[in-house]
Write a protein that binds this ligand. Structure first.
Ligand SMILES: *Cc1c(COP(=O)(O)O)cnc(C)c1O
Length: 360
């Protein structure tokens, strides 16, 4: 069976070495030495000043909303994983959807201003598949209307824009290090902000608001992560460039083999390069997509309709609206298998099946 993704695992003895230290110290969680070490190594690797390692990418989004004190309407994209929207609603705010661009698949910044009302407090956009949003246009709008900006950068590990880490944009950027992501810590995520006092605030918030054992500085939640998760991250971090190289090779193979097909890829930001987190293709019609999914299934190959359906017409807790590009694209987009253990031969097989099932 070929799944859409398969988590990378480091050599077991390398993970075990970290476990021995955990057994010796009996310090299992609550910002232990491995978690602190991971924070330092990750900020160096990503070229960001500071970051907070938290329990997952969803709690990272919720901490961001909470720490910025957001209240009211948040302009966001319907073409993302459900956690982007659910964290807005969970924090008592209202998501207001703006359609995506049909080539980049990111929120269409030219349509944001029309969605701003007196109640708008922020823009929360996703760098879909790691592809940077139009961060300059979004910043201009946010500054003009005094709005906060949060980027859900769950897909964007290692992505740079103009040579600068993508995590340095917006008031806060968040990432997920879930097992299915490019770089993982089993479960986990992190938060980046250049604002030192905001960082400190979220540092208190992820630990119940504790300032000391009997003093509290903020309202908090349990957003900490454990030494076991940090150990997985430290063990995996060593392999990040190998993972990147392998995915790049597989991606280039897909590109080559699908060059003459009818599928197209989302258009990547001109001043950035892909981190090869996903391999999305857009079919000419939903009919062809379904036919290809079926043919792949018969060969025990599974991609994923990511993101389908549009969040703007599928959530029981959000008012549904029709959005032209999102509705159109979400029906035709499909992510092909892409993971470290995938082989060039399997990519060729997948592409042959796709080519065989188009336009017939
Ligand atoms: C994975 C993901 C999340 C959630 O991250 P978790 O670590 O699974 O909580 C949020 N947003 C996007 C876009 C994601 O892909």
């Amino acid at each position: 069976m070929i799944p859409v993704t398969k988590p990378f695992l480091p050599p077991q003895q390398e993970y075990n070495k970290y476990l021995q230290g955990i057994w010796k110290r009996r310090w299992l969680t609550n910002m232990g030495p491995l978690a602190s070490d991971l924070e330092i190594k990750l900020s160096n690797h990503l070229c960001v000043d500071n970051l907070l390692f938290v329990s997952n990418g969803t709690i990272a989004l919720q901490l961001a909303i909470k720490a910025l004190g957001l209240n009211g309407e948040i302009i966001t994209t319907p073409f993302t994983y459900v956690a982007t929207t659910s964290s807005i609603v969970w924090e008592g705010c209202e998501p207001v959807y703006v359609d995506i661009e049909k080539d980049s698949l990111n929120i269409d910044s030219s349509k944001i201003e029309a969605a701003i009302t007196k109640k708008t407090c922020a823009i929360m956009a996703t760098h879909v598949y790691g592809n940077p949003c139009d961060v300059e246009a979004i910043k201009k709008i946010a500054d003009k209307h005094n709005l906060k900006v949060i980027y859900d950068a769950a897909h964007a590990f290692g992505v740079k824009l103009n040579g600068n880490s993508i995590f340095n944009y917006g008031d806060i950027s968040t990432c997920s290090t879930h097992a299915t992501k490019l770089f993982h810590t089993t479960e986990g995520g992190f938060i980046v902000t250049k604002d030192k006092s905001l960082l400190k605030k979220m540092d208190y918030m992820r630990n119940f608001g504790h300032e000391g054992p009997i003093t509290y500085r903020e309202i908090g939640i349990n957003g900490k992560n454990s030494e076991f998760h940090a150990a997985m991250g430290l063990a995996n971090l060593k392999y990040v460039s190998a993972i990147h190289e392998k995915r790049k090779k597989l991606t280039e193979r897909y590109n080559l083999k699908l060059k003459n097909s009818n599928v197209v890829n989302p258009l990547w930001h001109k001043k950035s390069v892909s981190n090869y987190a996903y391999y999305p293709i857009i079919f000419e019609s939903e009919e062809t997509l379904l036919k290809c999914i079926d043919a792949l299934k018969k060969n025990d190959i599974f991609g994923r309709r990511y993101f389908y359906p549009s969040l703007a017409n599928s959530l029981p807790y959000v008012k549904t609206i029709a959005l032209k590009n999102t509705d159109n694209i979400s029906k035709r987009i499909f992510c092909l298998p892409l993971f470290h253990d995938l082989t060039i031969e399997k990519v060729d097989l997948i592409c042959a099946i796709l080519l065989n099932n188009q336009n017939k």
